[in-house]
Design a binder for this molecule. Structure first.
Ligand code: SF4
Ligand code: SF4
Length: 277
């Protein structure tokens, strides 16, 4: 019948209208409170009726997966060893995958040696060209670039405000953990640490060499007072002397590495034999 859809639409509008008053009565004066939990409840899925958000005084909280323009993660100021350091290694992958090509990176160089260093000297994103696709954040192998929640970026001056430089793009890692706690946690699980990949690698290397150092010092401390290394006892006990000399040819890590290398060479030889046959 003609007009049924129109009547249904009007009924829906009327229901929302009535629900708004019912909801208002339910909340009473609490609806004027600016407490975050109250506002969140009014904007949540349990709320009914038509809600007017008094923007910009009030803002609807964005979901965690909301994405606007990208930003770069730098280490927190209170980080014990890497305060303010870039997570970005200027590998350039984000610039390569960016569909509208709005990322521009200048790789840093060591001022003394002139050799490239894994951090960007300059990093620009033209946010008027950026289409907020999030590819850069998805592809970054170091979790160094993320999509921001800050969407209030309008201004009258495109050049100084809409081409974000490194200083404007850089935000501390704690900011990312605040706006996207679930994503940050998932990434931490994949990386195996809250730290930057390189920092974690360096820490592992440091710990391994410290372990190796302690292992090499321990036998020496035990061997030194023993009489086996003296001139008199060396002749009498050559086997013991040889043991003392060969006590620390390499660390356990070196031995494992050598074992892995040997096995890899064996596999390679087998592959070569198979392809040759
Ligand atoms: S992909 Fe990540 S690490 Fe590489 S340049 Fe881009 S932000 Fe930096
Ligand atoms: S969000 Fe997309 S368009 Fe914007 S900088 Fe990243 S890859 Fe480029």
């Amino acid at each position: 019948m003609y007009g049924t859809g129109l009547a249904k639409g009007l009924m829906l509008t009327l229901r929302h209208f009535v629900d708004s008053f019912v909801d208002d009565l339910r909340y009473g004066l609490r609806k004027y409170s600016h407490a975050t939990d109250n506002f969140g409840l009014r904007q949540g899925t349990a709320a009914k009726g038509v809600i007017t958000v008094q923007y910009p005084d009030e803002k609807v909280a964005v979901p965690e997966r909301f994405r606007f323009v990208p930003f770069l993660i730098v280490e927190d100021e209170d980080h014990p060893t890497r305060s303010g350091k870039d997570w970005c290694t200027s590998c350039g992958i984000c610039a390569k995958v960016c569909p509208p090509q709005c990322i521009w990176i200048v790789r840093g160089n060591d001022p003394d040696t002139g050799r490239p260093v894994p951090e960007p000297e300059a990093f620009f994103i033209d946010i008027d060209i950026c289409m907020n696709c999030g590819y850069c954040a998805e592809y970054c192998p170091f979790d160094a670039i993320k999509m921001d929640h800050d969407y209030e970026l309008a201004s009258y001056d495109r050049t100084s405000h809409h081409i974000h430089d490194k200083e404007k793009l850089s935000k501390p890692a704690s900011y990312w953990r605040d706006i996207a706690p679930t994503r940050a946690y998932e990434e931490m699980l994949v990386r195996g640490t809250w730290e930057h990949k390189d920092a974690a690698k360096e820490a592992r290397r440091g710990a391994a060499s410290a372990r190796a150092g302690s292992r090499t010092q321990q036998p020496q401390a035990e061997v030194q007072p023993a009489p086996v290394v003296t001139a008199e006892t060396a002749a009498a006990a050559p086997a013991a002397s040889a043991t003392a000399e060969g006590a620390t040819p390499w660390s356990e890590d070196d031995a494992k590495r050598e074992e892995r290398r040997r096995k890899a060479l064996e596999r390679k030889a087998k592959r070569a034999a198979r392809s040759g046959g």
